[in-house]
Design a protein around this ligand. Sequence first.
Ligand code: SF4
Length: 406
Amino acid sequence: MNYFDEYDVFSTLVITAHPFYNIHMETLAKLAATSQNMFLEPDAEHECQPQIGGVLAETRIPIAEVVKSGGGRMKVLKTMLTTACERDCHYCPFRAGRHTRRATFKPDELAGIFTQVHRAGAVEGLFLSSGIIKGGVTTQDKLLDTAEILRKKRGFRGYLHLKVMPGLEKDQLLRAMQLASRVSINLEAPNAGRLAALAPKKRFDAELLAPLVWAHQIRRTLDPRQTWNGRWASTVTQFVVGAVGETDLELVSVSERLYKQLGLARAYYSAFHPIADTPFEDLPAEDEARKVRLYQTSFLLRDYGFSMEELPFEPDGSLPRHTDPKTAWARQHLAAAPIELNRASREELLRVPGIGLKGADRILHARRQRRLHDLSQLSKLGIRAARAADFVLLDGRRPARQPALF
Ligand code: SF4
């Protein structure tokens, strides 16, 4: 299975028949504790608090549902090796000194409970993160031990997403990329100045950017046959959005450089939510709509051939909230010069609002069979025809819109 390009969403899963009678109650409670608040580790655009209920209905364990680009979904347990941490990131519920329940697993203990939950059919994959205790190197070793046990002793061949600890060594990153399907190296902020305001003990260049560079070097120079499945783990990062005044332009610029220069698979944007008993507890939550615009813009850069100069940033560095960036671009460039869908290249098709990656391929295929001359043909191809209508020609004519029924 190819995990390189998957994208993830959460959805609410409620497992009503508890399949884990043989897991000790205390262990399950600990797993519930280390799996809460995982919305701070977004490999998802939407967050929720799903649960495992039934016999142990009081034990709530969030399960993420991952949607892969090739279609299909899988359930993923997102958890931490420890919720204790010696760092003090201002936005984080696990920061040192905050009053909260802490729980810690040993690597073989976590590998064991995950194997049981996996074999019971409740989840197919694991996202494993951790608070930092005794430095990034020591903590990373424990994450690697867990991954080794899963892959080598327990024979787990499914999806494994490993978090990379700030301050790890290059050899540790290599091992993580040999064992995992995906690794996250979270920048948190678009530059060193913003990071200092968010997470004063994290060092932007040495601890976060350097591993992203190493990951790219590893993929480019080393033989992937040394990995568990013959493919290097993909790399993703995440940003906390809206806590320290960073602009959309800052976030999108650094995302674009990571996509183009370091082969990043995906940037995630996590809208800031204040957590009680943290230095940011009185800050307002960030508008989720901002996150949506950031994702849309980021995909235009990664997949649709757009450049930074073409994106509709306001003078203050923000993206328009009232319209999506592709439509804003099309209004300026295509409204007066619509694209003929029977002749357009794939690159041109991808510029049209309502036409996505699959839609462009379907148009190319369909027009080899017959000419396209009305919007209903587009709708049958899965194109959002009403969105495309103002920016295209069909057989040399602007398409007639279907009158709205209501
Ligand atoms: S390093 Fe920072 S973000 Fe990570 S768990 Fe510790 S306090 Fe939270």
